[in-house]
Design a protein around this ligand. Structure first.
Ligand SMILES: Cc1ncc(COP(=O)(O)O)c(C=O)c1O
Length: 392
């Protein structure tokens, strides 16, 4: 009856079963995985958000495969404020980045083809690829004590086959918080050109960078080499995942770009999935971003500072270097598996974190926490983790 690609193992894992049981018993959980900004105690300008979505023009339906010009203009202006001039015609609106990924997979690959994805990485990518009947192949990111994360370009090149169609780059990557560097991008362009690959670059966290890495690439919306599709959207930029507005910006080789735009227009015309009110509201919603990003960045700074301080004296644990994004990664060395550690923490300390394997870390010993977690919860939860697993 059902397709092979929807043949997932849907039984709850031990962590989600335990969480459900605890919640049913009314236990207060310190949830250090909270990354839904609308549930994390930020102050939204509710009136402005609602006014943006309730404009009279929204009662008229004007189907537009790329999205209404007004919304694309507002997004182009957002990039313009960062010194990036983009043509609104290179922009396609979608209802979320997941939808953008699936449209690009349809555009670039046949069933059975392959896409390269980062490891560790964003857990939805494997599902999104498989739902389009594609195979995903990991390329590794490596951690270096002094310099942080880098892409293992040698392995990336080795795993390419004649069926490989695209490289997915998440910039900064989730959950490692690492940006691609200029020299890595130059090498990646060389590889993409040699094997005729497109780049899909997820930049949803690119406004959330900090620290000093001068060579980092903040955005690839004006990339001039490889055919490049940048994804972003309001869910992170303005902390509004519920309004469902994301986009694709196409750049790179002009001839390929034209062809890609024509084909993508056909795909988006079949869906026309973005609601009219959010398209009319895009400019006003984007204007909220400074106030929202300020709050989020300040929370992230406080939480990451605390995280570093709490692990500073640890003999068997440490916080990994991050350059941006919403997540912190902690490495703990002991005899426990990831599974045992997160279960113990939830069972005994009522504290929830994500194990490294959720993000395909290829070794045991990592936990991932959301730096958007409300500060009090974060401080208490991290203190419980330190008390349980860390010695100095
Ligand atoms: C790397 C990455 N891309 C995309 C998304 C989701 O974006 P959207 O809400 O636009 O689908 C997330 C959400 O956590 C993410 O971590």
């Amino acid at each position: 009856m059902f397709s092979d690609r929807s043949n997932w193992r849907l039984t709850p894992n031990a962590l989600s079963s335990l969480l459900k049981a605890k919640k049913a018993d009314g236990v207060r959980i310190l949830d250090l995985t909270e990354s839904n900004p609308t549930q994390a105690g930020f102050r939204y300008n509710t009136e402005e958000v609602l006014a943006a979505l309730a404009q009279p023009q929204s009662t008229v339906y004007e189907p537009s495969p790329r999205g209404l010009w007004k919304a694309r203009r507002a997004i182009a202006d957002y990039y313009g404020e960062q010194g990036e001039t983009i043509d609104p015609d290179s922009l396609f609106l979608t209802s979320g980045t997941s939808e953008a990924y699936t449209m690009l997979f349809k555009l670039l690959a046949n069933p059975g083809d392959e896409v390269l994805i980062p490891q560790p990485g964003y857990p939805l990518l494997t599902y999104l690829a498989e739902l389009e009947s594609l195979h995903y192949i990991y390329y590794p990111l490596r951690y270096h004590q002094l310099s942080g994360w880098s892409i293992d370009l040698d392995v990336l090149e080795v795993v390419i086959t004649p069926k490989t169609k695209a490289v997915v780059l998440v910039n900064p990557n989730m959950p490692t918080g690492s940006y691609i560097k200029g020299h890595e991008l130059a090498a990646l362009d060389g590889i993409c050109s040699k094997y005729n690959l497109a780049l899909i670059v997820d930049e949803v966290f690119s406004d959330f960078g900090w620290g000093e890495t001068p060579d980092r690439v903040k955005t690839m919306v004006n990339h001039s080499e490889t055919l490049t599709f940048v994804l972003s959207g309001l869910s992170k930029i303005v902390g509004l995942p519920q309004v469902k507005l994301a986009w694709i910006v196409i750049s790179g080789n002009p001839d390929l770009r034209e062809l890609a735009q024509d084909r993508l227009e056909m795909i988006t015309d079949l869906y026309l999935s973005v609601g009219t009110p959010v398209q009319h509201g895009a400019d006003l919603l984007l204007r909220q971003r400074k106030a929202m990003q300020q709050q989020m960045l300040s929370r992230i700074a406080d939480n990451s500072q605390f995280l570093k301080e709490r692990f500073a004296q640890a003999a068997n644990a440490g916080v990994l270097k991050v350059e941006g994004g919403w997540y912190g990664v902690v490495k703990i060395e002991d005899h426990l598996s990831d599974e045992q550690r997160v279960l113990q923490l939830l069972e005994q300390d009522n504290t929830l974190v994500h194990p490294g394997y959720f993000h395909e870390f290829d070794q045991e010993g990592f936990i991932v926490v959301s730096l958007l977690t409300p500060v009090e919860t974060f401080l208490e939860g991290i203190s419980r983790i330190v008390s349980r697993f860390v010695h100095s």
